[in-house]
Design a protein. Sequence first.
Length: 377
Amino acid sequence: MPPDTAMPLLGGLSAADFMSVHWQKRPLFVPGAVPQAAGVIDVETLFDLAQHPEAQTRRIACKADAWTVDPGPLRARQLAAKGRWTVLVQGINHFLPEADALLRRFAFIPYTRLDDVMASYATPGGGVGPHYDSYDVFLIQAHGIRRWQISGQPDRELLPDQPLKLMADFRPEQTFECKPGDLLYLPPGYAHDGVAVDDCITLSVGFRAPSHAELGREFLFWLADRIDLPGLYADPDLLPTSEPSRVDAGMVRRVATVLQGIRWDDDAVAGFLCQYLSEPKPHVVFDPPEDPLGAAAFARDAQRHGVALDLQTLMLHDGVQVFCNGEPLAVPVALLPALCRLADRRFLEGADLVRALTDCIYPLYLAGHLHLAEPGP
């Protein structure tokens, strides 16, 4: 969809207007923005995922103003307890095509920033307390009603000695009663507190915002494998010393001069970002096909039905190089546009899959990073 087209998801704003007026600036509430939200997940499915060993889950409870946090996988009795509690299941888009489809509705924002969809179930009165996130979030009500109070207050002091990052002095400025399909966007740092009015499920579309320190550290790790500084340390003008344990100023100058030979440019940074931001999270596991097709049979079926990326796969490109789950793909120049379309759309129709391209993506199929599309009716 063009960025200047009005989007019901954004209350009739175009993507360009939303990014200009609201993105990382001010909240937006859109009643009935996602009428399909109820079909993304139900309570039974959420509880099944909460007990799944590969899902990232937490159960947060509050009793007499005392908060407890239990990591998953959860047990059935924890999901049947009385009282005020919440279950959070991260990354449901890795398990449910409906959740992945919801995430892709936000593809007007680059995949480098999109993170995942979290589902939270809460009993009446349940929540996670007043807090703020360091990233943008779209809160979408799927079932029941949740009352959100939000505040743009600059005071973000936290309560000490708590298992959660709870705000010490939350002062709500606006209140929204979110019903199924309603959407509330909050920019980073905007304080909020959501309390379930009844049994409810809220979907959170979150965004990735690595710290500068994280980017710097990971870039230096990446750069370490690419440093080319020929020669050996030498000091033909070295003088005798009476302080053999001192690191002398001459050595410091010589090494500083050598290290100035470490260089990078925008192309290097683009390569780093493609690799680093496409790496799966540590808990992600791919399932290769149990009975894989040979290359020729895969090419035939791919050209007949098309291919789709696995729900967990991350594929990024910079227009010159393509990375899939942290690994570069050897891409002939003629195939680059098709692979970039695959990264953007996450599927390709059979008509786009010439034999050279199927040979290029066949290893992705064997690794479980990509699948044959389901045959049509």
